[in-house]
Design a protein around this ligand. Structure first.
Ligand code: SF4
Length: 476
């Protein structure tokens, strides 16, 4: 899979905690799958912010020594990033920290704005000078500009987000408060939990609450803002629903691929949705076979569902090398080594002489699918019937996911039979687009990358590559 989530966010507020940076580190570790390019932690030590951010994985950027060098405090936020808008440079690493006349602000963002170029233009015309190329800085500016006019950070955020279009799940910190905001359509997930020591934790996914021992309380409603404060009279977060009420459009691809299977998003366990996808595939694309094999990791749950529904035994036919990460040095073209072979190995005893149902989560260009099928053939698989637990990708995403441009998406130019032929599968079947509701259990959702219906509209220039180029040029 060559698709990347943009980011994961995390925040914690509670009694003074000398090891609060370590808590965030553990939360970010649980969210590492949402972004592997860079990460950062900002600690609020009685109104004074201390930050460490760098390019790399959480485990590489933060050593024990470095975490110990950060101060303790009552609140802290963190971020893991895979950048789609703006480059992978140090200036784009989050959380962003800004100082303004009324204090400090640290902000971590997951999502993508569709009007960031317009907002940036108007801010620059009024004198703003940008230091990064990410739309997160635009959000910081919007909030601080409002903060100078308003009495409280809550009012400033509520006023600023009125101007934002697109996807944003935000965790931010003022000198005295922790705030969490989800966009009115709820594209990206955001939830909070509580620990026995009285700390509140906010995170992109519930798996990060589990990682720091917090019990899940609930997801933020689309459009909701929660404000956490350590003041004695405020045991519960204050909820602001000024921007609630739009039709929710959570990203359906969070369930299919991005989120961890042990997370629960908007009340729906991710693992269950993937198992249901497999069951639907078994009904819609039945085939005689000897074994069902999932492509690790996000094809495994759907493979289990296919096996349960079809009665065909489930087998572990592919093993993933757990240690291939971002630091992996890919072979050069002249080495003729296939990276997929380094990441995935076949289990010959499961595959040899068998008719295999192979389950994967998606097909983008088809290159990876072809390589995996080659691996299975070489291991002796007699037939390979590829089943995909999502509908065919046909459109780019403008809401924070790095999906290839339309011309590179194989399903845009070829029929199912042609794709099967090109990747070497005996048969191929996708999850029918009509069954996304049954699969997810969501009453409404975004599925724009499959059907081209964009619930929050698209940028003024709809061609994603031109949009991003313009954005980068505008930011030089
Ligand atoms: Fe998710 Fe696709 Fe919608 Fe993007 S376009 S938010 S990836 S469903």
């Amino acid at each position: 899979m060559a698709i990347h989530e943009e980011c994961g966010v995390f925040g914690i507020i509670g009694p003074v905690n000398p090891a609060i940076a370590k808590e965030v580190y553990h939360g970010l570790y649980a969210l590492q799958h949402r972004g592997q390019e860079s990460c950062g932690i900002v600690v609020n030590d009685d109104g004074i912010f201390a930050a460490h951010k760098d390019l790399g994985l959480v485990g590489d950027v933060f050593s024990e020594q470095l975490l110990s060098s950060l101060p303790g405090g009552t609140m802290a936020i963190g971020h893991v990033r895979y950048g789609t808008t703006g480059g992978n440079t140090k200036s784009n690493i989050q959380p962003m920290v800004v100082s303004h006349q009324k204090g400090n602000l640290a902000l971590a963002h997951n999502g993508n704005l569709t009007n960031s170029l317009d907002l940036r233009d108007s801010l620059e015309l009024s004198g703003a000078i940008f230091h990064s190329t990410s739309d997160t800085e635009t959000i910081c500016y919007m909030i601080t500009r409002e903060r100078l006019k308003t009495f409280s950070i809550e009012q400033a955020v509520l006023a600023a987000v009125k101007h934002l279009k697109g996807a944003y799940s935000l965790v931010m910190m003022s000198s005295t408060k922790l705030l969490a905001v989800r966009d009115p359509m709820g594209f990206r997930p955001l939830c909070y939990g509580k620990r026995e020591d009285g700390s509140y934790v906010v995170a992109s996914e519930s798996c990060a609450l589990d990682a720091v021992g917090a019990s899940f309380v609930r997801d933020l409603e689309p459009g909701e803002m929660l404000v956490f404060s350590m003041e004695a009279e405020e045991d519960q977060p204050r909820s602001y629903r000024d921007h609630c009420g739009s039709k929710a459009s959570p990203c359906i691809f969070e369930y299919i691929y991005f989120s961890r299977p042990d997370s629960v998003i908007d009340g729906i366990p991710v693992h269950d949705t993937r198992v249901r996808a497999g069951k639907i595939l078994a009904r819609e694309h039945a085939v005689r076979a000897d074994v069902v094999v999932g492509v690790p990791d996000s094809g495994l749950d759907a493979a289990l569902g296919y096996a349960l529904e079809s009665g065909i035994p489930y087998g572990i036919g592919l093993v993933k090398n757990k240690y291939v990460g971002r630091s992996f040095i890919a072979p050069s073209q002249d080495q003729r080594t296939d990276t997929v072979r380094i990441k995935l190995s076949p289990v010959r005893s499961v595959l040899a002489g068998k008719r295999v149902v192979l389950i994967d989560d998606s097909i983008v260009r088809g290159t990876t699918s072809r390589r995996i099928i080659n691996i299975l053939r070489e291991a002796g698989a007699k037939e390979i019937h590829l089943r995909i637990s999502s509908p065919p990708f046909r459109h780019p995403c403008f809401y924070g996911v790095d999906i290839d441009s339309e011309e590179n998406l194989i399903a845009n130019h070829h029929s199912v039979e042609e794709i099967a032929d090109m990747i070497g599968a005996d048969t191929l079947g996708f999850l029918p687009i009509e069954s996304l509701g049954e699969m997810s259990g969501c009453p409404s959702f975004c599925s724009a990358c499959f059907d081209g219906i964009y619930p929050a509209g698209i940028p003024a220039d709809p061609r994603k590559d031109r949009f991003e180029r313009k954005l980068s040029e505008a930011r030089k």
